[in-house]
Design a protein around this ligand. Structure first.
Ligand SMILES: Cc1cc2nc3c(=O)[nH]c(=O)nc-3n(C[C@H](O)[C@H](O)[C@H](O)COP(=O)(O)OP(=O)(O)OC[C@H]3O[C@@H](n4cnc5c(N)ncnc54)[C@H](O)[C@@H]3O)c2cc1C
Ligand SMILES: *[C@@H]1O[C@H](CO)[C@@H](O)[C@H](O)[C@H]1NC(C)=O
Ligand SMILES: *[C@@H]1O[C@H](CO)[C@@H](O)[C@H](O)[C@H]1NC(C)=O
Ligand SMILES: *[C@@H]1O[C@H](CO)[C@@H](O)[C@H](O)[C@H]1NC(C)=O
Length: 475
């Protein structure tokens, strides 16, 4: 592997016009005008969350200045160079298409975060992860909506809707957006708001990656002293013989706005044994939290590690899932109803895959359940974003996790089987797959739901040349 790091604009580039940088001649068009903070990595080497169906590029451009994104996209378009925007690098879809000349535009270094004086708004750049934003909010005596995994970029999650533990109170991430600074598919910079372009706003808030490259955004923030910014949460471990009781209790439990819950089928880190773990979450005291989740606690966990913890540690239990690398062909199903038989079948699939593939012992089925109190209401009230699944309570994600490509076939079968078991009893009109958890083998209607036909028309209008076609492309 040869690594040739070219610092653009740093005076190393006398030879650039005669010898274009790796990946094609897009760079020679633009390199002189880029910030010295931006660099090109020519071996295309690129660490992502999953190596399965990962994009392979001719070069990776590491963007050090927000102003450079538009320039790079214009140069790529002029030279017919395919490009992929990459922030957290967590997207696991199999829809990435880059040829050997293609470039990854890595925006993960754009990390600026600024709160207003009242802490009611925060402006942040596209490389900011959930952890970055949560830490900054905590240090500013504020709370912002963020997703449950620290490594995910805030905007990467938000552009697909953005599920958040606190969405029952504050809405989805898209409901917290105030304005978006985008580069459009033609490389033109714009600030988009609900007011100045309701149509494009609607498309960006649910199908964002098809309509623009967001370089920074302004978002709502709640001023809140650290002492009040806590929640009751932690892992409950159940004997798998109680699976049906746990599933029935979750099915019957209406999540109030201040509640959220995850259930995992995963190896217990203490024993290595496949286990049923439940992570309840309540925005308040242990005493009230235990009352609100009494139906689940009454099933009788073997271990109960719940406690009141500060906002800046809420995501810590999920950190192992952020570990990059390995192959993780993942699948999802949106679920309104939880049927104990379907979930026993799902458990059996998990155990069989786990036992047949010892190296796949990190394999996990993660199901995230959210209050729909606020999100479902705003569907009726304004319909102002294209995210289609505001009334869906749970999203189950099957994550087979291993390193040998020889396991791919059985992993794919396992993921598809679980999806089949769960969609058949999901209580939705048709199978649904949240875009940020979807695989890429689903029909587009399963991903974009009732927004699909309008989104396709808007795609024709805003991206007729199909430049932003890497993430569940609408054209
Ligand atoms: C462990 C784990 C936990 C997760 N938990 C949650 C969760 O709780 N809630 C939730 O909603 N999602 C969750 N997700 C899904 C996550 O939202 C998606 O994977 C998301 O697409 C990741 O964004 P990224 O920037 O980290 O990844 P990337 O792979 O860099 O981006 C994914 C796609 O989004 C596009 N994109 C990213 N940033 C921009 C931008 N600024 N402008 C335009 N396009 C952009 C990329 O081009 C790419 O097509 C989780 C994912 C993982 C791996
Ligand atoms: C652009 O590149 C694609 C392949 O990446 C090719 O199919 C297409 O013909 C090219 N278009 C032009 C105008 O060169
Ligand atoms: C789980 O339950 C089964 C059946 O009730 C019992 O035999 C087993 O010992 C239990 N395991 C643990 C770890 O409690
Ligand atoms: C998983 O298997 C690896 C070896 O393949 C081992 O080192 C690791 O401890 C196992 N993890 C668990 C949780 O059992």
């Amino acid at each position: 592997m040869h690594v040739r790091q070219l610092l653009i604009g740093a005076g190393l580039f006398g030879l650039s016009l005669s010898q274009p940088a790796c990946g094609g001649n897009w760079a020679s068009l633009v390199e002189k005008s880029l910030s010295p903070k931006t660099s090109i990595q020519c071996d295309g080497d690129n660490q992502r969350w999953s190596d399965y169906a990962a994009p392979k590029a001719g070069a990776v451009v590491i963007v050090g200045d927000e102003n450079d994104v538009a320039k790079i996209i214009v140069a790529a378009s002029k030279t017919n160079t395919s490009f992929l925007i990459q922030s957290g690098g967590n997207g696991w879809a199999n829809t990435f298409k880059l040829d050997s000349r293609g470039i990854i535009i890595d925006i993960s270094s754009l990390k600026a975060i600024t709160f207003n004086a009242k802490k009611t708004q925060v402006t942040f750049q596209a490389g900011v992860t959930n952890k970055d934003l949560i830490d900054a909010a905590w240090n500013n005596n504020a709370r912002v909506s963020a997703s449950t995994c620290n490594c995910v970029s805030v905007l990467g999650a938000t552009l697909g809707g953005g599920l958040s533990r606190t969405q029952g109170v504050y809405g989805l991430n898209v409901d917290n957006l105030i304005s978006l600074n985008i580069v459009d598919p033609n490389g033109i910079r714009k600030t988009v708001t609900r007011q100045n372009n309701p149509e494009l706003w609607w498309a960006l808030t649910g199908a964002g990656a098809n309509f623009g490259v967001i370089t920074s955004a302004t978002y709502k923030s709640q001023p809140l002293p650290q002492a009040q910014n806590t929640a009751w949460t932690g892992l409950l471990l159940f004997n798998e013989s109680k699976l049906e009781e746990v599933i029935t209790a979750i099915d019957k439990l209406t999540l109030a706005p201040d509640m959220q819950l995850d259930i995992y089928f995963t190896a217990n880190p203490a024993t290595g044994q496949p286990s049923v773990l439940v992570l309840p979450f309540y925005l308040g005291s242990a005493e009230v939290g235990r009352q609100k989740f009494a139906s689940i606690l009454n099933v009788g966990p073997i271990a109960d590690n719940t406690e009141v913890i500060p906002y800046n540690t809420w995501n810590t239990a999920g950190d192992p899932f952020c570990t990059p690398g390995g192959r993780k062909p993942s699948y999802t199903t949106g679920v309104k109803k939880m049927d104990p038989v379907a979930w026993r079948n799902t458990w059996n699939e998990y155990i069989a895959f786990f036992n047949e593939n010892p190296e796949a012992n990190l394999t996990t089925i993660l199901t995230e359940c959210y209050s729909t109190a606020k999100t479902a209401k705003s569907v009726k009230n304004d319909g102002s974003s294209s995210y289609p699944f505001r009334d869906i309570k749970c999203h189950a994600i099957t994550i087979p996790w291993y390193t040998s490509p020889s396991i791919d076939c059985s992993a794919v079968k396992f993921g598809q089987n679980v999806r089949k078991h769960l969609s058949a009893s999901a209580g939705t009109k048709s199978p649904s797959s949240y875009i940020n958890f979807a695989h890429g083998d689903e029909p587009l209607s399963q991903i974009y739901g009732s927004s699909l036909s309008t989104l396709k028309k808007l795609k024709q209008k805003y991206d007729p040349k199909k430049r932003l076609n890497q993430w569940f492309p609408l054209s």
